[in-house]
Ligand binder design. Structure first.
Ligand SMILES: [Zn+2]
Length: 542
């Protein structure tokens, strides 16, 4: 007869396996941050706690009909989590899980690699296969309940004793290195997923509260005004310091430098990931007040513009509008088949300008158009631009950033910035062409930045309080046609004087309302960069 193994032993073995092999990032961060004196004690302490905790969680769900299925799911998920933590230095929290859930097939395809397959094979499939084949001896239900209670008490006891005997050292270290909890596999994704699912249930019953129902176009806007056509280019993963407009030594903005723009050079993002930043940018709340649920509970900038009579149209070459565009026109161009701009399900950003004229021509009236770029989305920066934009060479051409030199990574990233420079400039040219019939303006702002290997960090999404400026400083550019400046009474030189002021995503909501010439109670004049540059106001001053 095939030899058998008891359930509690399998559970303990899986827990031990994940604690050791699924947590390389955690162990290496831990040892790097410990002083040699603390090291053995705290290291052993954490090891015991992690093992006991994982074993406790596993024990609670180890019932015969579902045990193998749960074990395999956890092993495969933990293997993927370990891969991303070890290779890109990402941390796994609610935001990261939300991003993963929002990832589409093409993004997933871009992350595929030989190393990922090997990791999944060794840390996921191999142990899963062993679990599947194992002849597990399950206790009777009564015995199982007794056993579970006993094991839970033992695990909890071990955790409590370890904490108690090393309380000072462990609590001191944990308090000062709070972010490391996001590296603990599998607790990081299980707990994040749990709170997201809980949130989902709460969100389901949410009745979205309208805001700015009183919004209307200001009556005192220039008499000869034409309908307005404002384009908001929502950037992706573009970091401020790689824009030559902000002093970067490489000429990454050759075309925008020739456009008559106002460049704001010191702007902070609301979050470090799309799923946080995008809803926050459009919401009436500032970064301090914003939360995921508030983003869901209230209407946003796009609704206010609509209440004021604007036609609001969102064109997307990314993973959607993150819940902000429920009540406006949404057009997904990310997966269309258009050989001129798209290949293997990946489109470059010019697709957003394709047939834009017919969108504009559809109806007359005031229009706000959002162009959501793919921008500098990594790790495959080289897929963001067409060949002729490969100016900085050699460029990293794989998603395995660690296998490229730092220079190659930055080159690929800068080529993508160069292409965005072209794209934004093209958007301005498009608006110039429409200036006969419309008062035109363009605003460009990126959602968050990116780490390109500085301090061994890659990509983005670090918890905000430890995120480096590479991930939080974003470009912000405004272009106003002469007509627009006249009709809306905006003094450009005044804006230029403000261009080095400290700004953030907090300013977008009220500034856009100000720029669109909308009056409403939700407008906060203090956050509106345009309101104090209104010529009429300036001349009124004594
Ligand atoms: Zn993003």
């Amino acid at each position: 007869m095939k030899s058998s193994i008891t359930l509690w032993k399998v559970t303990l073995l899986i827990s031990l396996f994940i604690t050791i092999f699924g947590n390389f990032s955690f162990w290496s961060h831990l040892t790097n941050r410990l002083s040699p004196i603390d090291e053995p004690l705290i290291l052993i302490g954490f090891f015991i706690i992690l093992l006991a905790l994982t074993n406790l969680l596993f024990t609670l769900v180890s019932f015969k009909p579902v045990f193998k299925l749960i074990a395999i799911i956890v092993l495969l998920t933990s293997a993927s989590a370990a891969y991303f933590m070890d290779n890109y230095a990402v941390m796994i929290d609610k935001t990261m899980i939300r991003n993963v859930l929002a990832t589409d097939f093409h993004e997933t395809k871009e992350l595929m690699s030989f190393r990922l397959i090997i990791t999944i094979l060794l840390l996921g499939i191999l142990p899963s296969w062993l679990v599947l084949k194992a002849n597990i001896k399950y206790p009777s239900l009564l015995k199982s309940l007794f056993q579970k209670t006993a094991i839970s008490v033992i695990c909890a006891g071990i955790i409590a004793t370890t904490l108690y005997t090393n309380f000072q050292e462990l609590s001191f270290f944990s308090r000062n290195n709070r972010e490391l909890q996001h590296l603990i596999n599998p607790e990081n994704y299980i707990l994040s997923l749990k709170s997201i699912i809980k949130r989902q249930f709460i969100d389901r019953n949410i009745v979205i509260k309208p805001i700015g129902k009183d919004a209307s176009k200001k009556p005192n806007i220039g008499e000869n005004r034409k309908p307005s056509l404002v384009v908001l280019v929502l950037g992706e993963t573009a970091r401020s310091m790689n824009f030559s407009l902000n002093g970067y030594q490489r000429n990454t903005n050759p075309l925008l430098a020739k456009q008559d723009i106002i460049n704001f050079s010191d702007v902070s993002s609301c979050g470090t990931a799309t799923a946080v930043s995008v809803p926050c940018m459009f919401s009436k709340f500032t970064r301090d007040e914003f939360s995921h649920s508030k983003g869901k509970q209230y209407e946003n900038l796009l609704d206010v513009a609509k209440h004021a009579g604007y036609q609001v149209h969102w064109r997307d070459n990314n993973t959607g509008c993150q819940g902000t565009c429920g009540r406006i026109t949404f057009e997904n161009l990310a997966n269309i088949k258009l050989s001129e701009f798209c290949k293997d399900g990946n489109c470059i950003d010019e697709v957003l300008l394709h047939n834009l004229q017919s969108v504009v021509n559809e109806k007359t009236g005031d229009k706000l158009i959002i162009l959501h770029q793919k921008g500098n989305h990594g790790p495959t920066y080289h897929l963001r631009y067409p060949k002729e934009f490969e100016i900085f060479k050699p460029a990293c051409k794989t998603n395995q950033l660690r296998s490229c030199s730092n220079e190659e990574i930055v080159n690929a990233y800068d080529n993508a910035v160069l292409y965005s420079d072209f794209f934004i400039s093209q958007t301005i040219d498009f608006l110039k062409k429409n200036s006969e019939s419309y008062d035109t303006a363009m605003v460009y702002m990126s959602d968050h930045g990116e780490s390109l290997g500085e301090n061994n960090l890659y990509l983005h999404g670090l918890p905000y309080f430890i995120a480096p400026e590479y991930q939080t400083k974003v470009p912000f550019i405004v272009w106003l046609s002469d007509n627009y400046q006249k009709s809306y009474d905006i003094d450009k030189s005044c804006l230029n004087q403000k261009s080095s002021h400290k700004l953030s995503h907090d300013n977008l909501f009220s500034s856009m309302i100000g720029l669109l010439g909308i009056q409403t109670q939700v407008h906060d004049e203090k956050l509106d960069i345009f309101s104090s540059c209104n010529k009429t106001i300036i001349t009124k001053k004594p």
